[in-house]
Design a protein around this ligand. Structure first.
Ligand code: CA
Ligand code: CA
Length: 103
């Protein structure tokens, strides 16, 4: 099981990647506008199922769901919630396990 080699600290790398994606798409102001958010989903998500789930209907709806403080932009904190949501969905798909807790 233990795979040695160039894998590196995977969790750390994954976290850095998540941050980098946000930074890349935020365009320097630390916030995602609706357009930037749409772009992010378009470019960084491939799984059609996840995409359909997220982008089903209009982006306005997603925006409203993600934008907890209602300033019409997605801050990093709000982005993280969405990532957690996506991660949960992927985990369920991978393991077939349904999480009972739903906060
Ligand atoms: Ca921005
Ligand atoms: Ca916000």
């Amino acid at each position: 099981m233990a795979q040695k080699g160039k894998a590196g600290p995977r969790l750390e790398n994954a976290v850095k990647e998540i941050i980098q994606i946000f930074v890349d798409h935020a365009n320097g102001d630390g916030k995602l506008s609706k357009e930037e958010l749409k772009n992010l989903f378009d470019k960084e998500i491939e799984c059609a199922e996840a995409k359909a789930k997220i982008c089903a209907g209009d982006c306005d709806k997603i925006m409203r769901l993600m934008d907890k403080n209602r300033n019409k932009e997605i801050e990093f904190k709000e982005y993280l919630r969405a990532v957690a949501f996506i991660a949960k969905g992927c985990y369920q798909k991978k393991t077939g396990r349904d999480q009972e807790d739903d906060d």
